[in-house]
Design a protein around this ligand. Structure first.
Ligand SMILES: NC(=O)c1ccc[n+]([C@@H]2O[C@H](COP(=O)([O-])OP(=O)(O)OC[C@H]3O[C@@H](n4cnc5c(N)ncnc54)[C@H](OP(=O)(O)O)[C@@H]3O)[C@@H](O)[C@H]2O)c1
Length: 327
């Protein structure tokens, strides 16, 4: 049995972690910190959570005494917590995802205050780094867009000599976090499709780091609460059946990646830790394929629990058996 501490637990990923961990049979104690809601019951913020759990003021000694700490704060803040703790950590922010300090500082426009830990941290995508995750003390949980894109491309870049891809992704509004802003305000987000960053999204750096190819990426926000649909265009000629076979071989034993015979849609992943990949199609000079995930689960808190399960030696799907909520 393990004890866990969640830092920044009043946000969306914190709420999702609580939902999953409450049902995890290996978790005996959960502590959760917030700055705004100290002393308030967790379900005053996360309405669906049962019980008496209360937000507390962050206390380094208490966090240090837990077996796992999940850091759910914004990037550039998370590194301060990670640097002062010596327990096992799963950081959901971007602060330890990039191996090169120069790349981090160029992308996030802030000096990294714990660069010595960048090499120690393991990129927490189990399908690629399971062995290293098992031995890791610090796991950098991947970005939500990066999870959808890397899983959609990993078998392709392993088998074929491709140098670049074009990725177009649609995300639900919860990808922007709990704090409302002009773009996420209902009258603007509803019935709208917002291509919110034509070029230069920060997750490109982790996609390129993990895939080793050039990535052209444009994300859009669409009026749904959660979910990411990723469309990959690779300018190449190949047999679709060979591509599909490569994916089935790569992911055949994976508990949370399904290669499907159709074009997957976001509802086929919603509420679950699954990534569905399919829709392999070829026209002259272009291969196209699709992946779907739930940004808050496989794209964040579900993957974080999957990583904890690997690090501790729990069954990898413990706490994560929820099937997709479709429709
Ligand atoms: N949303 C997603 O789909 C998603 C997916 C993958 C990764 N992530 C990453 O996961 C992290 C959390 O995301 P989220 O969506 O849960 O964000 P969120 O909803 O905005 O929640 C973040 C929480 O962090 C706390 N916080 C804010 N600034 C802080 C600071 N300076 N020091 C300590 N705590 C602070 C806040 O709680 P209090 O004010 O109550 O302390 C807030 O509720 C981010 O780094 C995000 O990029 C998010």
């Amino acid at each position: 049995m393990v004890s866990v501490y969640i830092i920044g637990g009043s946000g969306y990923t914190g709420g999702e972690l609580l939902r999953i961990l409450e049902r995890h049979r290996g978790v005996e104690e959960i502590r959760v910190s917030s700055r705004q809601y100290v002393g308030k019951r967790v379900n005053t913020v996360h309405r669906g959570i049962e019980g008496e759990l209360t937000f507390e003021k962050y206390d380094k000694r208490v966090a240090e005494g837990c077996d796992f700490v999940f850091v759910c704060t914004p990037h550039t803040k998370a590194m301060e917590y990670v640097a002062e703790l010596s327990t096992r950590i799963i950081d959901l922010s971007a602060d330890f995802r990039l191996r090169e300090v120069k790349t981090y500082e160029a992308v996030y426009r802030k000096a990294h205050t714990a660069p010595e830990l960048l090499r120690e941290a393991v990129y927490g995508l189990p399908e690629i780094h399971r062995k290293e995750i098992k031995r890791a003390r610090i796991v950098a949980n991947p970005g939500c867009f990066a999870t959808g894109a890397i899983l959609a491309l990993w078998p392709l870049v392993r088998k074929y000599d491709i140098k670049e891809v074009i990725i177009d992704a649609k995300t639900g509004v919860s990808g922007a976090g709990r704090e409302p802003n002009e773009k996420t305000h209902f009258p603007w987000a509803n019935e709208n499709v917002i291509p919110y960053l034509p070029v230069g999204h920060r997750h490109i750096a982790e996609m390129e780091q993990e895939l080793g190819i050039k990535v052209f990426f444009t994300p859009h926000m669409v009026p749904m609460s959660r979910g990411i649909e990723t469309t990959v265009h690779a300018l190449m000629n190949t047999e679709v059946e060979d591509v599909k076979k490569a994916y089935e071989e790569a992911y055949g034993d994976e508990p949370f990646v399904d290669v499907v015979d159709w074009v997957p849609t976001v509802l086929e992943a919603r509420g679950s830790n699954y990534c569905k990949i399919g829709g392999f199609s070829q026209e002259e000079g272009r291969l196209v394929l699709f992946s779907v995930i739930d940004n808050l689960i496989k794209g964040a808190s579900g993957q974080a629990v999957q990583n904890m399960n690997i690090m501790w030696g729990f069954k990898e799907d413990e706490g994560l058996q929820q099937l997709p909520l479709a429709p």
